[in-house]
Design a protein around this ligand. Structure first.
Ligand code: CTP
Length: 405
């Protein structure tokens, strides 16, 4: 659950500093108290007045303002979480070196709360061994250094080093505050995730589909990518969702296409999560022309259905044949007798685990929160506590990683 009430938003001096304004707004809209601490250089990009107006709190850059309040001590002790966005290469170096030469670095040295750093710089600076060394030093101290996005950088360049979307930074910061630092536990691993619902065409206009939004699958992809994995997402129909930084997306429409995509990516995968809601049936024939209701053919009132392959079960069988060595888990969407049904489903599918959730009365589908149980093939049944879909992703990946080891 989100229990963050006081956030410090640090801003260092890079062009992406303007995006910090949206981060401040994102927190304020949720009723969170925000204190913005820019560096001197950040103020060359965004004025103190902007941050003061957006946060409703005073903005200082050094420890010699409001000395009587000993600001770095008070702010550092009070914060529930500190996020620095953008964190420039120079800023990462200063924090890694333990410097305390302005209000932000002094506050960080005082703080015992979780700290999230969202880097933004050119690809060469991000990949530079000096920066990567600083990043690993900071991670070893328990800081969450987020993986930056790939994309357009300042000027004509494009590559790794772009600041993550402000809304993703807000959500990931809240997740870290709730569940602890994000560590690089999936570095070098390939994680394959299916997400969203399949659509089975009836004619060029109509399809059989379901309520899946893709949010839980994307949340899993986001956390796996932030844990250092190479992530492939096979996505069916999804709500408007931003693609997690570092994830590769493979778009499909039908269950047959999803099956093909999953089976072709499975051999390289270390972990597979089937979070998609796959249609169990498809119309035997998709009409080439729109079916008419006044037609005597009865095609609309009596759709002839044929079973789709069970993708998850098929992946389990691939593993039995030695075609993949991945740890494989799925979901069980149940409306009643959840655990009992899921135990049978786990046996039938022959995979390593199932996250069970109750989807009765509109719960889960399209919602921001989730909860349930994780059942594994050795008979363990563990509760996954209620939380945002990112928090649920953290708990679920912890369980899946422990099976994978
Ligand atoms: N699944 C799949 N292929 C299908 C149907 C489901 O891979 N044709 C996967 C889902 O992605 C999920 C798991 O199997 O990970 C369980 O899906 P669920 O809809 O709960 O169960 P079903 O197998 O469809 O069984 P039932 O509809 O009887 O509950």
């Amino acid at each position: 659950m989100n229990e963050v009430s006081k956030v410090v938003v640090g801003v260092s001096g890079g062009i992406a500093a303007y995006k910090a304004c949206q981060i401040v707004r994102g927190f304020r809209e949720q009723g969170v108290d925000v204190r913005v601490i820019p560096t001197e250089n950040a103020l060359k990009f965004v004025g103190a007045a902007t941050f003061e107006a957006l946060s409703g709190a005073p903005v200082d850059t050094d420890v010699f303002s409001r000395v009587d309040e000993v600001q770095h001590v008070r702010i550092g002790q009070d914060a529930d979480v500190i996020v620095v966005a953008p964190a420039t290469a120079d800023f990462l170096a200063r924090v890694a070196g333990g410097r305390a030469d302005d209000l932000l670095t002094s506050t960080l040295l005082m703080a015992t709360c979780p700290v999230v750093l969202a880097p933004a710089m050119h690809t060469e600076m991000w990949n530079n061994r000096a920066t990567q060394h600083n990043v690993s030093v900071l991670r070893s101290r328990g800081y969450t250094v987020l993986e930056p996005a790939h994309g357009r950088l300042t000027g004509k360049d494009s590559g790794a080093g772009r600041l993550l979307d402000p809304s993703q930074i807000v959500k990931l910061t809240e997740t870290v505050a709730a569940t602890g630092p994000i560590e690089q536990t999936l570095k070098g691993k390939r994680v394959l995730i299916s997400a969203g619902g399949t659509r089975e065409p009836l004619d060029p206009v109509r399809f059989l589909g379901n309520h899946s939004s893709g949010k839980q699958g994307f949340a899993l992809a986001e956390i796996a990518a932030q844990r250092g994995a190479h992530v492939d997402i096979v996505a069916g129909a999804i709500d408007h969702l931003s693609i997690p930084a570092g994830a590769e997306i493979h778009r499909v429409t039908t269950a047959l296409q999803m099956n093909e995509a999953m089976r072709s990516l499975a051999p390289q995968a270390d972990i597979i999560v089937m979070a998609a809601a796959v249609a169990d049936m498809r119309p035997r024939h998709a009409a080439q022309k729109k079916l008419k209701k006044d037609d005597n053919s009865q095609e609309l009132s009596q759709v002839d259905l044929v079973a789709n392959p069970d993708i998850l079960q098929g992946l389990g069988e691939m593993r039995k044949k030695g075609l993949t060595s991945a740890t494989i888990v799925g979901f069980a969407a149940e409306t009643d007798n959840e655990l009992e049904n899921a135990r049978r489903k786990l046996q039938r599918k022959g995979v390593d685990g199932l996250m069970v959730n109750s989807v009765a009365q509109g719960a889960v589908f399209g919602q921001a929160h989730n909860q349930g149980w994780f059942l594994d093939s050795s008979g363990r049944e563990q509760a996954i506590p209620h939380g945002t879909k990112l928090e649920v992703a953290v708990h679920l990946l912890d369980k899946v990683e422990s099976l994978h080891m």
